[in-house]
Design a protein around this ligand. Structure first.
Ligand SMILES: Cc1cc2nc3c(=O)[nH]c(=O)nc-3n(C[C@H](O)[C@H](O)[C@H](O)COP(=O)(O)OP(=O)(O)OC[C@H]3O[C@@H](n4cnc5c(N)ncnc54)[C@H](O)[C@@H]3O)c2cc1C
Length: 476
């Protein structure tokens, strides 16, 4: 039975889509008139690359809502104040939103929900971004999982793929004042460092769907192996779309399952891809149960780790001038596209925390500012994993050798040459250690055209292990 007397608010947050959106669908089913709103809360951290993405994603959402005869209300400020004002002005009796799981979002939403419920307003919250709620997956003792494999096994056991939700008809819109998107100044101007982003991305539902279809058509077969080769670009590139909720995880799941049924081959790749989605789930599971994950070492013995304060080395890393080609290629890919291949993320993160001994939190914060897919859960869990202090982490003493990693995953140097053009004339033999090349085969002047390595790998490795021992002694 429709509630024709009341208006409802649909508060869009990290679910900037209309398709398979539980909060939007529920509101449309229940009400004749709705107010779709997005609130820019300036007190919350939003990295530079994500501001670019958000601008375009909101444009896309506006466009899609308009096709259904609905307007998107944009407001800036404290969400509680903005929503209270709207409730008061427009006789709103119900608010819908899809849940967010970052600690600051949980805290904010808990306050808002309690406040409105106490005033007799209905608050309906739904899961619009995860396969399972983080509290639904439990170990046999009722605790949360700290190791990925049993976590994922438990997730798969409990999976029931839901039917896609859809809007039977679109309700009326309520005309109300909205900020102009441009007035939020989300796009960089001087300098416009995001000028190339649009070559790589189309934020919004259409872009997300295209990425999914392209991945299924071209890259799913063989993903299991190709996913580790940065130059092949063979992964889905769905991460920023997932982060902003422009595609539903279930839509992706169902699409992959359909392929798996039709083409009975390469099940390994299908399973591998779904388990990568599982790592995203695991990160959210960890963040929910350990809200201090973005700030504090999961393994507390790392509290005694003697991190170095080295602004010069940090700058070289950020700018892709470490003298290690695979590291520099990754950092420059990030700068140009707002994205970095997963294998290379692991290499550059290992380099920062082990070769340069710089605190993982400093690297994580650089990523949060520069990645279009910057995500508190996946970023914190992954940095802690690489640094060795996280749940189910790689042991600290497993130190990636950037030369061998380059030779293994970028054997002819194609990825390096794509992002570090000054190395294009270096032969494949020397591309990952140009300083070792005989001068007639190097093709450039080291120290002038391209930096010498800022640390020596063998010495840095030894130093890192020594620091690790010192930490262990301090802790024991
Ligand atoms: C140091 C470091 C920092 C990272 N920071 C982020 C981040 O801020 N945001 C983010 O989304 N991912 C992060 N990742 C995880 C991973 O690198 C990206 O999710 C992946 O590269 C996205 O590319 P894709 O969509 O093509 O992945 P695909 O290989 O196509 O995988 C499909 C989806 O699975 C999820 N996924 C894949 N690998 C991981 C992983 N290791 N952890 C969690 N989820 C995963 C992503 O949602 C991804 O879109 C980080 C990894 C490292 C090592």
């Amino acid at each position: 039975m429709k509630n024709t007397l009341s208006h409802a608010i649909v508060w869009f947050r990290q679910d900037l889509r209309l398709s398979d959106n539980p909060a939007f669908t529920a509101a449309c089913r229940e009400h004749d008139a709705i107010i779709p709103i997005y609130i820019l809360d300036d007190s919350l951290p939003l990295g530079g690359a994500q501001r670019w993405w958000l601008h375009h994603s909101l444009l896309s959402l506006q466009k899609n809502l308009k096709k259904s005869g609905l307007g998107l209300c944009l407001r800036q400020g404290n969400p509680l104040d903005v929503l209270t004002q709207l409730l008061h002005d427009y006789n709103v009796q119900t608010i819908y939103w899809n849940r967010c799981y970052e600690p600051f979002a949980i805290e904010r939403d808990t306050v808002i929900k309690a406040f409105f419920q106490a005033s007799g307003i209905r608050v309906i919250t739904t899961n619009g971004s995860l396969l399972h709620e983080p509290w639904e997956i439990k170990t046999q003792t009722g605790s949360f999982f700290k190791v990925f494999t049993p976590f994922w096994r438990a997730c798969l056991k409990q999976i029931t793929v839901p039917k896609k939700v859809s809007v039977p008809h679109t309700p009326k819109t309520i005309e109300l004042d909205s900020d102009l998107l441009v007035s939020w100044k989300l796009l960089p101007t001087k300098p416009n460092w995001a000028k190339d982003f649009a070559l790589h991305w189309e934020p919004g539902e259409r872009g997300a769907l295209q990425k999914l279809e392209h991945f299924i058509d071209v890259h799913l077969i063989g993903y299991d192996i190709s996913r580790d080769v940065p130059f092949k670009d063979a992964t889905s590139k769905l991460s920023p779309h997932f982060h902003f909720g422009e595609i539903s995880v279930w839509d992706v799941w169902r699409a992959i399952e359909r392929v798996a049924c039709n083409k009975k081959h390469d099940i390994r790749s299908v399973e591998r891809f779904l388990s990568e989605m599982g790592w995203r789930e695991f990160s959210y599971h960890l963040l929910y149960h350990i809200p201090s994950l973005p700030q504090s070492n999961f393994k507390s013995d790392f509290d005694a780790f003697p991190w170095k304060n080295d602004p010069v080395a940090l700058k070289a890393w950020q700018q892709g001038n470490t003298g290690y080609p695979i590291v520099d290629a990754g950092m420059r890919e990030l700068w140009h596209t707002g994205y970095m291949h997963n294998r290379v993320r692991m290499i550059v993160a290992s380099f920062l925390t082990k070769h340069l001994l710089i605190d993982w939190r400093i690297g994580a914060s650089w990523f949060l500012d520069t990645l279009v897919d910057a995500d508190t859960a996946s970023n914190s869990a992954s940095w802690q994993w690489v640094a060795g202090c996280g749940a189910d982490a790689a042991p600290y003493f497993r130190i990636f050798n950037p030369i061998l990693q380059g030779e293994k995953f970028d054997p002819d140097g194609a990825y390096v040459k794509q992002w570090v053009p000054e190395l294009r004339s270096v032969s494949a033999r020397w591309i990952h250690q140009p300083w070792m090349a005989p001068s007639d085969q190097c093709g450039l002047l080291l120290g002038k055209d391209y930096p010498h390595p800022i640390v020596d790998h063998a010495a840095a490795r030894k130093r890192a292990l020594l620091h690790y021992q010192t930490m262990k002694k301090k802790h024991d």
